[in-house]
Design a protein around this ligand. Structure first.
Ligand code: DX5
Ligand code: ZN
Length: 225
């Protein structure tokens, strides 16, 4: 499977956003991960559709803008993000009682974007299984969403393994507390896509760190029993 590395803009220097996006573009990463928070689904606020437009302007044409909606009403905003340049829209399955998951996935895909279904650390794999056929990727949160710089929750690893058993070819992404060691642990469990914020942005040489993370994850993913 393709190993994907996604720096998260949440950890960027906000005073130099355009330069930080350009740094990601030059790093060899597969995509930029954009965290959108509404102060309601999570207790924090972050980026808007205008930030997606800024990202689009600063990224090479064709580079993925992976947009993680931590908001209560993703159905009201998904198309706006796609119109501004998001090429993947991720929304949370904890909202499945109030958001029509299949209809929203179909809307995103109708606008030629990819769909990611996100799970908080406590949400079991069983919640995602009925929807795997309408997803391009599943995002397993390995911290409680809302803030960068938190510690990886290893209890999520068995869920990753369960999802991988059910979906051998699906992109399974982890997000939160990812560094060299936790990325390897997630890859051994079956993850093939890795969001990293504070770890990658703290590197003087982001390109070297992306290449190193990719090599470690590829080896760990291939070593699965
Ligand atoms: C957390 C966000 C993450 C965050 C990860 O709510 O979804 O994408 O940026 O940051 P680190 O890698 O610092 O844990
Ligand atoms: Zn995220």
């Amino acid at each position: 499977m393709k190993i994907r590395i996604l720096p998260s803009l949440l950890a960027a220097d906000m005073g130099r956003l355009a330069e930080e996006i350009a740094r990601v573009a030059a790093s060899g990463a597969d995509a930029l991960h954009l965290d959108v928070m509404d102060g309601h689904f999570v207790p924090n606020l972050s980026f808007s559709p205008d930030t997606a437009a800024l990202c689009r302007r600063c990224l090479p044409e064709g580079m993925e803008l992976n947009t993680h909606l931590m908001i209560t009403n993703p159905d009201a905003y998904a198309k706006r993000f796609v119109d501004k340049g998001s090429t993947t829209v991720q929304f949370h399955l904890e909202l499945r009682e109030t958001v029509n998951v299949r209809a929203l996935a179909a809307l995103v895909q109708a606008h030629k974007a990819r769909v990611g279904l996100a799970l908080n650390p406590e949400t079991p794999a069983e919640v995602a299984l009925p929807y795997l056929d309408c997803a391009d990727e599943v995002l397993c949160m390995t911290v409680h969403p809302g803030y960068g710089g938190q510690a990886f929750i290893a209890d999520v690893l068995p869920k990753i393994a369960t999802l991988r058993r059910h979906a051998p070819a699906l992109d399974i992404m982890v997000d939160g507390g990812i560094n060299r060691e936790t990325a390897e642990a997630a890859a051994r469990a079956g993850a093939n896509a890795f969001v990293a914020g504070s770890f990658l942005f703290a590197q003087a040489d982001m390109a070297a760190a992306v290449a190193d993370l990719r090599a470690r994850c590829a080896a760990a993913f291939a070593s699965r029993a």
